[in-house]
Design a protein. Structure first.
Length: 159
């Protein structure tokens, strides 16, 4: 299995095939609108705006596994993120990032890029950067601000 074998659904149930992202750097983040780290939405949106035309795709995966900090539903999460945080990058359906129902994208990324304390996701806003060739490149902690990832994005996009 590789990254391009995976897919995820949008909040509306449409399938996003990772194979359609070949040639693009992909930043995958588990998000939560009521988390203390939610101001990172601003930084993620800034990266999206700055590098989307050079080949960056930001994918936000809403997740409610950490202290119920994502109360939004698939029907409301996009509007909430747009109104409250100005998000225009692609969000997915709500997913689990740990446990028996871990979404396959996170199961794959955790296996490829284990964390400091094992492969489990410890909190909201854990980030994974995937190369334009579909290779998991780097994992970033929840507290790593999106601006700190910019140098790696620029390296992968060769800008």
């Amino acid at each position: 299995m590789n990254f391009y074998d995976l897919n995820v659904k949008t909040p509306q149930g449409k399938t996003i095939e990772m194979s359609n992202l070949k040639g693009k750097a992909v930043l995958i983040v588990n998000t939560a609108t009521k988390c203390g780290l939610a101001p990172q939405f601003d930084g993620l949106e800034a990266l999206h705006q700055q590098y989307k035309d050079q080949g960056l795709v930001v994918l936000g995966f809403p997740c409610n596994q950490f202290r119920d900090q994502e109360p939004e539903t698939n029907d409301t999460v996009e509007e909430s993120c747009r109104i409250n945080f100005g998000v225009t990058f692609q969000l997915t359906e709500k997913v689990d990032v740990n446990g028996e129902n871990t979404h396959p994208v996170f199961a794959y990324l955790k296996k490829q890029l284990g964390g400091l304390f094992g492969s489990g996701i410890k909190w909201n806003f854990t980030k994974f950067l995937v190369t334009p060739e579909g290779k998991p490149y780097k994992r970033y902690s929840p507290t790593t601000k999106p601006a700190k990832i910019e140098k790696d994005i620029k390296k992968l996009l060769k800008v």
